[in-house]
Ligand binder design. Structure first.
Ligand code: ADP
Length: 460
């Protein structure tokens, strides 16, 4: 009926006129003749019905028709006080028009609401980002069209299925744990990177966020927003494969170069050729650097695959740290190294891995502190933890990037042009090693004034 009235304007006129005529006829019918004194209840009914189906235009026509018809047919019957009826008619006309004005306003508000809803729906539906809503068990209640396109599904086909059933088994447990945390409000927003099953049977990498909007009355769902990152992840995987294969391939020739250099050095030492020995030592240092670099790259792959081996034992950092520092002192004579401690500092740790962390931090303290500077290495006891801090007087790190420097392959973007080269993996490896020890690592730094890197391990 609504649609019919919308399409045919003449029906918007015909309906109120018809209803008003009917009401007038009933009022004047001999059986109910007594009601001619009070036709207005029916007339208001005519206005409401007309406005409900034909909108405010119909309600105006209804008002005018009722007034005209009652003026023409009812008023003459209203003797002897027909003037009173005339006044009542006039009041009814004013009330009817007032009501119609009210209906018009409601119509306008409704129109605005539906326009804004359509605009937002359009944005969501046309957006390349996927959006879906689920209940707290992960059962899907809404999918934006881009999700259907992405997964190759028909519209509505996936409504009612659980989001978990679409996820790759390798990522499902981690996803469920995070979702649980979100539902318990331990985290306010959940970020995820996971594979999702397409209709074709293939897997698509998606990255996004989940918001718990169950308390928002108009939404009362979990809202997932995500984008397809398959190309990026595939490129990253290719990059990782490339790094892994090349570092494996490089390791063997570099190790044998190192071996041959030592043979060469011994021969020259026998013949006491000092000049040549100096050159050979430089080659030796450089090949040593290469070996470290390759080992670091291999460690990144081992960490990713959970294959970095650890051998734990009790270790006193107070006696061990000076050994590690001495090795650096021998090479970097332009820097001064100050070591201080509070007494025996026993930890349960992997000796070589901890040496790797300290060496990374010392190397950075030297690398990013041009000129003759001092590096402070301090051991202290803090809440049952042994804290090792390494403070330099170098270039420092901008506050906004301090959190990111522990990410894989991340280097500060404002590094000076002549800064030493690096791969941005030393801190990533150090962070992983400290985490594996149940400890924490952090930095506090001021640009241009130096940095303090520290890590804490439980006292043994
Ligand atoms: P690399 O030194 O090989 O680039 P790292 O993972 O060891 O990689 O360090 C990541 C980044 O953090 C560095 O590129 C550098 O920008 C910054 N950084 C690390 N240590 C220091 C430091 N002591 N002073 C200033 N910047 C540092």
């Amino acid at each position: 009926m609504h649609q019919l009235l919308k399409k045919h304007y003449w029906l918007q006129i015909a309906l109120p006129v018809l209803l008003a005529s009917l009401a007038t006829w009933i009022t004047l019918h001999p059986l109910v003749e007594v009601s001619y004194r009070t036709p207005y209840l029916m007339f208001f009914g005519v206005i409401f019905i007309s406005s409900a189906y034909g909108g405010s235009r119909s309600s105006i026509i209804a008002t005018v028709s009722c007034v005209l018809l009652s003026f023409l047919f009812i008023q003459p019957k209203y003797q002897p006080q027909s003037e009173i009826f005339g006044v009542a008619n006039f009041i009814f006309l004013a009330e009817g028009l007032l009501l119609s004005g009210l209906f018009r306003r409601i119509e306008k508000i409704q129109q605005k609401l539906s326009e804004s809803e359509q605009r937002f729906r359009g944005i969501i539906e046309k957006s390349a980002e996927g959006m879906l809503m689920t209940d707290q068990n992960g059962q899907i209640s809404y999918l934006s069209p881009s999700v259907n396109i992405l997964l190759g599904a028909q519209s509505g086909e996936l409504v009612g299925t659980s989001i978990q059933s679409l996820l790759h088994p390798d990522e499902r447990v981690a996803f469920d744990i995070q979702l649980e945390q979100l539902l318990k409000q331990e985290i306010s927003e959940m970020e995820f990177l996971t594979r999702i099953k397409a209709k074709s049977g293939g897997w698509i990498w998606i990255e996004g966020t989940v918001m718990d909007l169950r308390k928002e009355q108009s939404i009362s769902s979990l809202v997932f927003q995500y984008r397809d990152v398959t190309n990026r992840i595939e490129l990253e995987l290719q990059k990782e494969d490339f790094v892994q294969i090349t570092s494996h391939e490089l390791k063997t020739p570099v190790t044998s170069i190192k071996g041959f250099i030592q043979v060469l050095k011994k021969r020259h030492q026998k013949e006491e050729r000092e000049q040549d020995i100096k050159i050979i030592e430089r080659i030796e240092n450089q090949s040593e650097r290469l070996v470290h670099l390759i080992e670091d790259l291999l460690d990144v792959t081992r960490i990713k695959n959970g294959e970095l081996p650890y051998h734990f034992s009790y270790l006193d950092l107070t006696t061990y740290l000076p050994e590690v520092i001495a090795a650096h002192e021998a090479i970097h004579q332009e820097h001064t190294f100050n070591f201080s401690t509070f007494g025996p500092a026993l930890v349960y740790a992997d000796k070589d891995r901890i040496a790797q962390v300290i060496s990374n931090l010392l190397n950075n303290a030297i690398k990013y502190s041009p000129g003759k500077t001092t590096v402070e290495i301090k051991l202290s006891l803090e809440d049952g933890h042994i804290k090792t801090s390494i403070t330099d007087q170098g270039i420092g790190i901008p506050a906004a990037q301090q959190e990111r420097i522990f990410e894989r392959f991340y280097r500060v973007s404002t590094l000076p042009k002549d800064a030493v080269n690096g791969l941005g993996i030393g801190l990533y490896i150090s962070n992983e090693i400290v985490k594996r020890h149940g400890g924490e690592i952090a930095v506090s730094s001021k640009e241009g004034q130096g940095s303090e890197f520290w890590f804490r391990l439980a006292a043994g």
